[in-house]
Write a protein that binds this ligand. Sequence first.
Ligand SMILES: [Cu+2]
Length: 120
Amino acid sequence: MLRNLFLTALTSLILLGNAFAGKLISDDKEKEVKIKTSAICGMCKSRIERNLTFEKGVKEANLDVKSKIVTIKYNPSKTDVSKLKANISKTGYDADEVVADEAGYNKLPSCCKKGGGMEQ
Ligand SMILES: [Cu+2]
């Protein structure tokens, strides 16, 4: 009788511990998002990546100049996609449906402005 009670207590303690550990892991899980930008060259790439890594909750940002798509790894409990897009916009670039912030865009060197690059 006493032994059964002990086992029950032990089992529920283990279950509770697992649930707790599971919650910690899922909270810390990083997410990945791909955002289409208006980046033109390598300078755009480093500018966008640098500003994104300054954003809270961002673990990694990698922009592919050819496709203009930036892949961001972030912590969903610290930031979200709309904040990431706002960050890119402030840097002066389009981020999916979010258009580039004017003040940020005006600060860009002319070669990095939409349509100002040699490639376009
Ligand atoms: Cu550029």
